[in-house]
Design a protein around this ligand. Structure first.
Ligand SMILES: Cc1cc2nc3c(=O)[nH]c(=O)nc-3n(C[C@H](O)[C@H](O)[C@H](O)COP(=O)(O)OP(=O)(O)OC[C@H]3O[C@@H](n4cnc5c(N)ncnc54)[C@H](O)[C@@H]3O)c2cc1C
Length: 289
């Protein structure tokens, strides 16, 4: 099917894009990699009146480290795979990229587009929720940073204001006290997750857990931050029993539906197994096992 008719603009600066988006209001939509938006337009699930293509906007393809890992809005999933800067700054982000879709989609689709899209089956927002990333947005009133937990509102819904676009995502950098993993169950390579689980741990000098993050994919109307499970970990010494308790709490926070990828109970039990396994992997990374 062909998309509904639309207007198209290709600004070359962020200011130009933001001015255009502000003037268009609900009629305007950012086009980044087009890997989610264009299929939705062809299926007539989306019919934006005006596409604002940001692919010609300068300064959005940067991957830099300056207190945090900065991933610009035009960084493609493929740019993250085997990227030395990302591997050093956030091994978890580096390891996740290869789980997103297939090489063709990874070559065009952007990390920030995926974050903005807020598809509960998308992989990136679970990782960003686990590590506590921030989204950088620019709009008619200037720039602001939005904690990822506030950015992800619900099913395909983010908290951008009219006229705003995402310019980057900022990820806290990892160190020797940090570990994390992204575990994804998929029916075949390139498929969306049946279940995905991101885990992140930071140990304090006393060996206790100083920071814990758990993000869940494909088990709710949005990517879920398992806050109760995280809170149960912080301040405690890591152990198999502690991880098992956190896994049970995270599974209780999941709200999967039965579909072609499996029954809800099965998905919830995968969450439980993957949280325990992911936390163990994160701990092993920190301990060098
Ligand atoms: C066959 C196939 C398999 C896939 N498998 C997976 C998978 O396994 N895991 C996964 O996570 N994803 C998967 N995807 C989705 C893919 O990761 C997309 O790249 C991603 O969801 C959207 O990124 P994009 O740059 O293509 O955004 P677009 O399609 O251009 O835009 C998507 C939405 O985000 C908005 N948007 C984009 N960029 C910005 C911005 N800078 N500021 C504000 N709004 C913005 C757009 O307006 C639109 O509403 C798959 C896609 C396909 C086609």
């Amino acid at each position: 099917m062909y998309p509904a008719p639309f207007h198209y603009s290709a600004p070359t600066t962020i200011d130009e894009a933001v001015t255009l988006l502000a003037s268009l209001g609900d009629e305007g939509r950012v086009l980044a990699g087009g890997q989610s938006l264009l299929p939705m337009m062809k299926l007539r699930l989306a019919a934006p009146a005006h596409l604002v293509d940001i692919n010609g906007v300068g300064g959005l393809s940067d991957i830099t480290v300056n207190g945090h890992l900065h991933i610009g809005a035009l960084v493609r999933h493929a740019d993250i795979v085997d990227n030395d800067i990302v591997s050093a700054a956030s091994p978890l982000v580096a390891a996740t990229a290869k789980w997103v879709a297939d090489p063709l989609v990874r070559n065009r689709g952007t990390v920030c587009g995926s974050i903005a899209h807020c598809d509960p089956e998308g992989d990136w927002n679970s990782v960003m929720l686990a590590v506590g990333a921030e989204v950088v947005a620019r709009g008619p009133d200037g720039e602001r940073t939005i904690p990822i937990g506030e950015f992800v509102v619900d099913f395909f819904t983010n908290s951008l204001r009219p006229g705003e676009m995402v310019t980057a995502v900022r990820v806290p950098t990892a160190d020797a006290h940090t570990g994390g993993s992204y575990l994804k169950l998929e029916r075949k390579i390139g498929d969306y997750a049946t279940v995905g689980v991101a885990t992140h741990l930071r140990l304090g000098e006393d060996g206790r857990i100083a920071q814990a993050g758990i993000g869940l994919t494909s088990v709710g109307s949005k990517n879920i931050k398992a806050t109760d499970a995280e809170a149960g970990l912080v301040g405690n010494e890591p152990s198999a029993e502690l991880f098992a308790a956190a896994a049970a709490t995270a599974a209780a926070a999941a709200d999967p539906v039965s579909d072609i990828r499996g029954p809800a109970d099965y998905k919830r039990s995968v969450v439980q197994s993957y949280v325990a396994r992911g936390l163990t992997e994160a701990l092993n990374q920190i301990r060098g096992n």
